[in-house]
Each structure stands twice: as structure tokens, then as C-alpha cells.
Design a protein around this ligand. Structure first.
Ligand SMILES: Cc1cc2nc3c(=O)[nH]c(=O)nc-3n(C[C@H](O)[C@H](O)[C@H](O)COP(=O)(O)OP(=O)(O)OC[C@H]3O[C@@H](n4cnc5c(N)ncnc54)[C@H](O)[C@@H]3O)c2cc1C
Length: 207
């Protein structure tokens, strides 16, 4: 594979992704117990309502909702969107990554214990590296990776009439228009949720 891809356009990032896949597969083969173990010993939150909103794609954060609806519709979600929704569940909502990992395995057509569960742990900040401190901002991620909003409009029907990147911030629309669209308000304030996550995880509230 390495020999046939090298030199072609996009070969380097493609091979890097394959390295992740193989690394996670080897890690799990070596220590099968890491599939569901939780090294951080962190207090996860019980939040049935938040969990249901995440599963059904009605968190009020358009890119999160688009990805969660795509998961049910297509059984596939692009890598960046998987990272955004996993960060949102574990850091904004503080819900145990294992709940999210199970849900993914239930719906993904490419569900794979090693890639799925170790990516969940990585995104939740449980593997070595800078990730414990990194919380993906769903609005910024939306603007960055879906600048014209077409991904959101494809899966979040309520936001279909909203043109361009404005679709990532429906709370900025005129209130009467928002009501007509019938799209939910954010279930958490991202900034407050980041503070709460850091307080739970590191015992301080600095952003
Ligand atoms: C929370 C989370 C859960 C995931 N669950 C799964 C899963 O159940 N099954 C699965 O195959 N992948 C999983 N991935 C990895 C990745 O998202 C998918 O493999 C990717 O969406 C495939 O897209 P692609 O074929 O366009 O990949 P490309 O970017 O073209 O990469 C080529 C191949 O490399 C592998 N790959 C790419 N990204 C990753 C990655 N981050 N980790 C490991 N391997 C990777 C895949 O086999 C992929 O087909 C997960 C990632 C995250 C963040």
C-alpha cells in the first residue's frame, strides 16, 4: 500500500491515517482490555436529556446535529465531524465516552472496535498527548470545515432556508425567523461548558 500510494497527490495524509488505523489495531491486539477501560478515573455526568439530544441531533449546535443525523441516515460520518461530536459529548456534556462509543458502533457501517474506541479515548483526552486540554468549539469547527454551510443544510432540514455560513450560528438570526425555523436553542453554553469541564477534570476554571 505504501509503495503504490507514495508520490501520488494526497499520499502523505492518507498514509498517516492508515498509520493511525494500524497503531490502534496493534494497541488493542496487545492489550484487549483497553477497548472499554477508562484510564482517567474521571467523574462522568449523568445527563439523560443531553444524551438523547446528542443522539437525535438536536443539541442546537448545527454541525453536531448534522453529524449525528448523518450517522443515523448514512451510517457514516467524516473524521472531523466524528471528532467534533465526540468532543461535544465528553467535554461539553461530560458524558462517559463509552456511551458515545457504543452508540457509534450501533450505527456506523465501518464500526471497528480498535479505531472507534481508541479514537473516542483520544478525543476525550484519555490517551497521552495534548488532548485533555483541547476542547473543540463546535461553532468554530463548523465555520472552518463547512464554510458555506452546505454540510449542515444537507442534514438539518430546519436550517435549509438559512444561506451560507450563517447556518452555524442560528442564535444570531432574527428571533421571529428562528421561531419559524423550529430549530432548537443550544442545550449548553459552550464557554460555560468548557469551564465546567476543566473544573471537573483539572480542578480549575481557567479557559
Ligand atoms: C470518535 C471516532 C470514531 C471513529 N470510529 C471509527 C470506526 O468505528 N471505524 C473506522 O474504520 N474508523 C473510525 N474512525 C476513524 C475515521 O473517522 C474513519 O476511518 C474515517 O472517517 C474514514 O474516512 P475516509 O475513508 O475518508 O478516511 P481517509 O482520511 O481517506 O483515510 C484512509 C483510511 O485510514 C483510516 N483512518 C482514517 N482516519 C483514521 C483515524 N482517525 N483513526 C484510525 N483510522 C483512520 C481508515 O481506514 C480510512 O479509510 C473514528 C474516528 C473518530 C474520531
Amino acid at each position: 500500500m505504501e509503495r503504490s500510494a507514495s508520490g501520488l497527490p494526497g499520499a502523505e495524509p492518507f498514509l498517516r491515517q492508515l498509520c493511525w488505523r494500524d497503531f490502534f489495531a496493534q494497541a488493542l491486539a496487545e492489550r484487549p482490555e483497553v477497548a472499554w477501560s477508562d484510564g482517567a478515573d474521571q467523574d462522568w455526568r449523568d445527563d439523560e436529556e443531553g444524551l438523547e439530544a446528542w443522539r437525535e441531533g438536536r443539541t442546537g449546535y448545527p454541525v453536531v446535529d448534522a453529524a449525528m443525523r448523518q450517522l443515523r441516515h448514512d451510517g457514516f460520518v467524516p473524521n472531523r465531524a466524528r471528532m467534533v461530536v465526540a468532543s461535544f459529548l465528553t467535554k461539553d456534556l461530560g458524558i462517559d465516552w463509552r456511551v458515545g462509543a457504543r452508540h457509534f458502533l450501533d450505527w456506523l457501517v465501518d464500526g471497528d472496535l480498535a479505531s472507534n474506541n481508541l479514537n473516542w479515548q483520544w478525543t476525550a483526552g484519555l490517551l497521552p498527548g495534548p488532548n485533555p486540554h483541547r476542547v473543540l468549539d463546535p461553532t468554530r469547527q463548523g465555520h472552518r470545515f463547512d464554510p458555506d454551510g452546505s454540510y449542515v443544510r444537507r442534514f438539518v432540514g430546519e436550517l435549509g432556508p438559512v444561506a451560507g455560513g450563517a447556518v452555524h450560528e442560528p442564535w444570531r438570526l432574527d428571533p421571529a425567523r428562528r421561531r419559524r425555523l423550529g430549530y432548537p436553542s443550544p442545550i449548553v453554553d459552550h464557554g460555560d461548558a468548557v469551564d465546567a469541564y476543566r473544573a471537573r477534570r483539572f480542578g480549575h476554571r481557567a479557559r
